[in-house]
Design a protein around this ligand. Structure first.
Ligand code: PLP
Length: 396
């Protein structure tokens, strides 16, 4: 394959070269165990402490509030199950219909275990109604765990987290935020938005896969998920993944210093891509809240054709995108996010997500705008559905 135009950065990102450089000494020479008595291990422990400070700075937390995990899935599970189980049966668990499975599945497991679980609906652009949350909390007998994402991985829709945090505070509910897709794209300040628990994932902002963060506000209680050691103040047992922790801290530093400028550049490219697609292809709709959306994400539905076919054709041209369907998990069901938004059935299967990062160029955008319209036109010609074709009513 001659060229790769990578537009799948909400799935994972390229590891920054600066991150690789920061990690290398801890893969080669500085291999001591940070818990060891000797100075060789103690030196590594100091590097972890410095990394914890850098990560804390990134979200305006105290270093003692940062827990290193293996991924955001672990952070989400720990936050949700850990706080609900700490509060005990009778606790209400409230989440939204458009969360990542790493949030939805533990919430549903709690429901199967006898907890009262509620999934708040979203409107046509993927926004929740904070009034509905307030109502649910009124009926919660004072014990509740709320989990809502900062920004949606499929559409980029940004939730009003500040308002949700205020509602949770007022009701005395524990508030967990999955901020995985916001990291490096929007400022995260846990003093300004008073969340109790917050999950991040390194590989979504140019650190490697296999490292996550759980922020836990001081005083917030949860049952640890990983038992077996004193690491992370007994909140997450297991020998620390030192190279990845150091790499993650570097990624946080790069994001903190470069985010404002980068976001503006990425947003301009995303907007040009969006305008170009809308101008070149008929029967396209943008999914998500265009007034409150991540700078890097564009989710579009091409009516009457399948997102999978589009993604396969683009893949042959070296263009990497995601579809809104869950085909990767062995099902061709349309995405739960797109369905929850009530997207019309002629468009629900045709959703494609373009997600950019600092490593995309204007050239990449030009390439997509050159290659995509003929792919869409060809698939539309082949489709039995569409205006004047008569197959639409049986499409679903
Ligand atoms: N939450 C959201 C919103 C995500 O997009 C993802 C990854 O796609 C996760 C959680 C899970 O992250 P990880 O791959 O670190 O487990």
């Amino acid at each position: 394959m001659e060229r790769i135009a990578y537009f799948d950065n909400n799935a994972t990102t390229r590891v920054a070269p600066e991150v690789v450089d920061a990690m290398m000494p801890f893969l080669r020479e500085a291999y001591g165990n940070p818990s060891s008595m000797h100075a060789f291990g103690g030196g590594v422990a100091k590097k972890i402490a410095a990394a914890r400070e850098e990560v804390a700075r990134f979200i305006n937390a105290d270093p003692s509030e940062i827990i290193f995990t293996s991924c955001a899935t672990e952070s989400d599970n720990t936050a949700i199950r850990g706080s609900a189980e700490f509060l005990g049966k009778g606790t209400k668990v409230i989440t939204t219909a458009v969360e990542h499975p790493a949030v939805l599945q533990p919430c549903r497991r709690l429901k199967a275990d006898g907890f009262d679980e509620v999934e708040l609906p979203v409107d046509g652009v993927g926004q929740i109604d904070p009034g509905r949350l307030r109502e649910e909390l009124k009926n919660s007998s004072g014990r509740a765990v709320v989990s809502a994402m900062w920004a949606n991985n499929e559409t980029g829709t940004v939730f009003p987290v500040e308002e949700i945090a205020a509602i949770c505070r007022e009701a005395g509910a524990v508030f967990h935020v999955d901020a995985v897709q916001a990291a490096g794209k929007a400022p995260i300040d846990v003093r300004k938005v008073p969340v109790d628990l917050l999950s991040l994932s390194g590989h979504k902002f140019h650190a490697p896969k296999g490292i996550g963060i759980l922020y836990a506000r001081r005083g917030v209680k949860f049952r640890p998920f990983m038992l077996g050691g004193h690491q992370e103040e007994s909140r997450r047992a297991g020998t620390e993944n030192v190279p990845y922790i150091v790499g993650l801290a570097k990624a946080c530093e790069l994001a903190r210093l470069g985010m404002e400028e980068e976001s503006a550049r990425i947003r301009a490219m995303r907007d040009r891509l969006e305008a170009g697609i809308l101008a070149a292809c008929p029967d396209v709709r943008v999914n998500g809240d265009r007034s409150r959306r991540l700078s890097n994400t564009l989710n579009v539905s091409f009516e009457y054709i399948e997102g999978e076919s589009i993604a396969y054709h683009l893949s042959d041209l070296g263009i990497c995108v995601s579809t809104g369907s869950a085909c990767a998990s062995g099902s061709l069901d349309p995405s739960h996010v797109i369905r929850a938004m009530g997207v019309p059935f002629t468009a629900v299967h045709g959703s494609v997500r373009f997600s950019l990062s600092r490593y995309n160029s204007e050239d990449d955008v030009d390439y997509v705008l050159e290659k995509l319209p003929p792919v869409i036109a060809r698939l539309r010609d082949l489709s039995p559905f569409g205006p004047g074709k008569g197959g639409v009513t049986t499409y679903e």
